[in-house]
Design a protein around this ligand. Structure first.
Ligand code: SF4
Length: 392
């Protein structure tokens, strides 16, 4: 499996697949061929279908430092391709074929980004548990032994998460004219009294900031960033948990996100929203269970439950914006993560879990493959279609 660090990328919203990944591909190209004055770019699959709503065009212009770009779109392919070629007055530069893999990860045929480097030899949670048993170690030590620089990096992520929520809580007004969506995080915060209310307000703050193109941290994607971001903010500012401990929680959460990334997908365009919000819910459930001091079986049970009841969740963002259903869904998911952690503890005391974490991930992969393309971040079906019908 790849580094857990890869699950927590810092970049601009609203979608890690559609903003962070294209930005990175464009930036690598620009650094390699700085003489280019104009570009031809072809976007494919979901990158093409939601280019406007997901802010892909703007972010690419930003990365290349010019608007002198001609865009073509391939709506036929299901692959999130990004072909890029640069030119100047009398020279033609190489054509690159990039792919957005989900969570801001990229693959470029002509350039090694290091995104696909393997850091862990274990392939799933069963193998990780076997390693822990054989080496008489615990999950956190296992992670830090493989990624000694992870904690320092996660501290930077926490800083971004805090700033995101603070900004989101202090911003009001119109977020999106096409949807007539006005920000509500500040109002929610002003009315908050109990944990549930605060989590919802923080989650809205993060998700609204993301939808507005703010600087965010993926966890494991930007569409689902409000879940772990709100949890970290709540635990730090409402429960006084320090950054050191919160990094441990993110590391534990990352183990489960990593297993999903390896054996299913964390991209809405590949597996539907179960892959984004479902994964983030599983990660947050595991983090909460760990924070509560529950044992490894309960942590696994909580993570499993976090996905199990999101299986089949579709990705059908209205008008291609990461707003409806995304913002509300983030809030629901962080509440569910708390339920999963406590319910897992309760149930684990009276019975074992019939479905292992690896099994639910397997089912998630199966389900994601069966989902219609209209329900995988193309805005061609589901809620997106209903909204269009209702408006016409
Ligand atoms: S519906 Fe889910 S997967 Fe799709 S864009 Fe929204 S948060 Fe991401």
């Amino acid at each position: 499996m790849q580094a857990i660090k890869q699950l927590y990328k810092i970049g601009y919203g609203p979608s890690s697949s559609h903003t962070i990944a294209p930005y990175r591909i464009a930036e690598y190209y620009r650094n390699e061929f700085p003489e280019c004055k104009r570009y031809e770019i072809e976007l494919g699959g979901s990158l093409a279908l939601t280019a406007k709503g997901h802010g892909t065009i703007n972010i690419i212009s930003q990365a290349l430092g010019t608007k002198n770009i001609h865009f073509n779109y391939d709506f036929e392919t299901v692959k999130n391709n990004m072909f890029i070629q640069g030119f100047n007055d009398n020279e033609e530069f190489p054509l690159w074929h990039g792919l957005s893999l989900g969570g801001g990860a990229v693959k470029i045929e002509e350039y090694d980004t290091g995104d696909e480097d393997e850091v862990y030899v274990e392939n799933n949670f069963e193998e990780i548990k076997k390693y822990l048993n054989e080496n008489n170690t615990d999950l956190l030590s296992y992670v830090y032994a493989h990624e000694p620089d992870l904690k320092e990096y996660l501290k930077k992520c926490l800083k971004v998460m805090y700033e995101t929520v603070i900004k989101g809580l202090n911003t009001e007004g119109l977020l999106n004219a096409d949807l007539n969506y006005y920000r509500v995080a500040k109002k929610l915060y002003e009315k908050a009294e109990v944990r549930k209310d605060y989590l919802v307000a923080y989650s809205y703050a993060a998700a609204e900031e993301n939808a507005g193109g703010g600087l965010m941290c993926t966890a494991p994607t930007l569409g689902a960033c409000g879940i772990l971001t709100s949890l970290m903010y709540y635990l730090h500012f409402n429960e006084n948990i320090d950054d050191d401990k919160l990094c441990d929680l993110l590391a534990i959460a990352g183990v489960f996100g990593n297993c999903i990334k390896k054996n299913a997908s964390i991209a809405g365009s590949t597996g539907g929203c179960q892959s984004e919000v479902g994964t983030a819910c599983a990660m947050a459930s595991a983090a909460i269970a760990y924070k509560e001091g529950f044992g490894l079986n309960t942590i696994e049970y909580a993570a499993e439950m976090g996905i199990e009841h999101f299986l089949g969740l579709t990705c059908d963002p209205v008008l291609g914006y990461v707003i409806i259903p995304c913002i509300e869904r983030n809030a629901i998911s962080i509440l569910r993560a708390y339920d999963c952690a406590y319910l897992a503890e309760q149930l684990n005391n009276v019975k074992g879990n019939a479905i292992s974490f690896d099994s639910v991930v397997h089912a998630m992969n199966y389900t994601g493959n069966k989902l219609a393309i209209e329900l995988k971040e193309t805005s061609l079906g589901g809620l997106s279609l209903e909204y269009k019908y209702a408006k016409n």
